[in-house]
Design a protein around this ligand. Sequence first.
Ligand code: MG
Length: 218
Amino acid sequence: MMLIPDAEHDDLHLGERPLIVCDIDEVVLEFVTPFAAFLSHNGHELRANSFRLHGNIFELEAGAETPADEVSRLLELFFESQDEWQTPVVSAADSLARLSGQADIVFLTAMPPHHRKVRRKLLSSHGFDYPMIATEAPKGPAVLALHGARPHPVVFVDDIFVNLQSVRTHVPQTLLLNLMANEKFRALAPHPGEGVDIVTDWTHAETLIAAHFDASAR
Ligand SMILES: [Mg+2]
């Protein structure tokens, strides 16, 4: 298996069957909701004014915008202690367990790779026993390195349109699904662009993925 540049990952052995590459934050683990709780625990507040973190975080007491370097520090602390905060997205574990009967599943997370260990443990504790790649490099080249020229169907699930479009550019035959757990921020999200299906939850995603596999097998 080809190595993904600038990534830390588990052993990757793909079978001769479809592949589902799946983001983690906001897709299989809640991110926005627990991060907001973490912020308020630390004297800050996340306001849903626009589709970003920086600029939307304020000091609870003073009401002033939290400086960018402090936001970055808080994010780093959150990822360090993510196992105390992050919970699974509804139905993600059940849907992926059913789909894993038909397809290989690989997690591709943009989280800084040095938090890989704590995330790996957290995922496994919730039944997400699929290999994980942690990289801050663009996702399109990573999916290409993983899937290459294999003839099998490939699916990519993510909440961020830049990631979806990166995969669309590098592996154009991919079924692209835009899934975001947090409803407030989902409502503020930019349109994911051409060639991407927006799904409301994992039940919806599972239906589209199963239909895609059926159509590809015909
Ligand atoms: Mg995400």
